[in-house]
Design a protein around this ligand. Structure first.
Ligand code: NDP
Length: 434
């Protein structure tokens, strides 16, 4: 890690996985002999490029683009693109590293990668977003392909951005290669359930985890952070299962709505009008309150679903949640819980599902989208959702069984890290030193 100074999130993600591996390495010295850990600390390929574009005022803007093709032992690189001003190499590498194990846990033939840019789509016109996406793809197209590397969305990259990216890829390659990107629109190669998949999958994982203690979402008080793609559909599925979702947030603050979040109003405000969550509270009249600049966790809940960004639930937040009677946390976001907060939750006996297991439904459904593209088929909503539920249940059960096998019953962190690692490590051994 000394070779990667200043990449704090990357170091955090590597420690989080490697801390679980000691018993695995003791049992399997072949992983040590073949330097699997050392190889896993070095992405197979890292691409950094200039993204020049012209804004609505005619000014030239310069952003930095990234694609980290992390590991392809199990299949083509697969992982989203993030457009957010905080993006730098350390964030993309942490996300790529996590993605390798997450994708292994899905049981599907996909390797791990991640990309993005420090471009901030907020406040930009449609035309500006399109010109940025076209410039980004003008370089990215050389590196991707359905058998090579298949990007998707992440923070700041939704259906609109995937459309502009796919349109430009098609134009400059003269190929209608549906399998090159996932998260596409339904009329041009997308899959039903992909939009909902990460949020739904997180809740389905949590439901199965709660069931191990005879618990469920029914009648439970739930908090969700974020109000983006993952958060919206986590709220929807939790509500379908009878939960009372009383708070959600964005980067400006949170809303508390004791009558239960009105999802249609939230989606109109955040998704359609692209306005901050404070406007949801205004539109809701007296039912909801907006609290600026604070985190939603202080409201207290039975179940917490962090669905915004990394390191958004710290030790103080975890302590406040535990005091309020918290039963379970399932991570829709990647690495949202700080290491100290995760330890505190586990010590307090809270059921804790790490993101690489709980939010794997998004990428798993992306792999289902690739299957549909390859066979030029499209599946129904119900069938695709059944497939998603089956995948989430099997990830859950594998994490639990692996945790048992390594003397850490009920520890989903150990289960996810060890099950993901052994799958990738075995493939790397079989493929030789490459
Ligand atoms: P979106 O861009 O749709 O939504 C992100 C949400 O998080 C917004 O409400 C945003 O608020 C908030 N947010 C972003 N950055 C911060 C910050 N620094 N502090 C507080 N709030 C913030 O992204 P997604 O819903 O797609 O992604 C959310 C998380 O889920 C990420 O960690 C992502 O990596 C992970 N994930 C996503 C998958 C997917 O399929 N989309 C798959 C697996 C994981 P604002 O608009 O104000 O910035």
């Amino acid at each position: 890690l000394a070779r990667n100074p200043g990449e704090q999130e990357f170091h955090q993600a590597v420690h989080e996985v490697f801390d679980s591996l000691e018993p695995v390495l003791r049992k399997n010295p072949q992983y040590v002999d073949a330097a699997v850990l050392g190889r896993l600390c070095e992405p197979e390929r890292q691409i950094i490029f200039r993204v020049p574009w012209v804004d609505d005022a005619g000014q030239v803007q310069i952003n930095r683009g990234f694609r980290v093709e992390y590991n392809s032992a199990l299949g083509p690189y697969k992982g989203g693109l993030r457009f957010h001003p905080s993006v730098y190499l350390g964030i993309i590498k942490f996300l790529g590293f996590e993605q390798v194990f997450k994708n292994a846990l899905t049981g599907m033939p996909i390797g791990g990668g991640k990309g993005g840019s420090d471009f901030d789509p907020r406040g930009r016109s449609d035309g500006e977003v399109m010109r940025f996406c076209q410039s980004f793809m003008t370089e990215l197209y050389r590196h991707i392909g359905e058998h090579t590397d298949v990007p998707a969305g992440d923070i700041g990259v939704g259906g609109r951005e995937i459309g502009y990216l796919f349109g430009h890829y098609k134009r400059i390659t003269n190929r209608y290669e549906s399998g090159v990107l996932t998260g596409k629109g339904l009329t041009w190669g997308g899959s039903l359930v992909r939009t909902e998949a990460t949020g739904y999958g997180t809740v389905l994982f949590a439901e199965r985890m709660l069931a191990t203690k005879g618990e469920s979402f029914d009648g439970r008080r739930v908090l969700v952070s974020g109000t983006g793609n993952v958060a919206q559909y986590a709220i929807q599925k939790a509500q379908q299962l009878g939960a009372h979702v009383v708070g959600c947030s964005d980067s400006t603050g949170y809303v508390v709505d004791e009558a239960g979040i009105d999802l249609a109003l939230l989606q109109q405000t955040r998704e359609v009008d692209r306005l901050p969550v404070s406007v949801y509270a205004e539109r809701r009249g007296g039912a909801a309150t907006f609290v600026p600049g604070r985190r939603v966790w202080e409201v207290g809940a039975d179940i917490a679903l962090p669905c915004a960004t990394q390191n958004e639930l710290d030790e103080d937040d975890a302590a406040a949640l535990v005091r309020s009677g918290l039963v379970a946390v399932a991570e829709g976001a990647n690495m949202p819980t700080t290491p100290k907060a995760a330890a505190l939750l586990q010590d307090a006996g809270v059921l804790y599902a790490p993101g690489k297991a709980a939010n794997a439904g998004g990428v798993a459904t992306s792999a289902l989208e690739m299957q549909q593209n390859a066979s030029r088929d499209s599946w129904s909503f119900d069938y695709t959702e059944q497939r998603l539920a089956g995948i989430m249940h099997s990830i859950h059960d594998r994490c639990l069984a692996t945790a048992d096998e390594y003397d850490s019953p009920g520890n989903y962190v150990v289960g996810a890290n060890v099950a993901g690692f052994t799958k990738v490590a075995d493939a790397m051994l079989a493929l030789g030193v490459v």
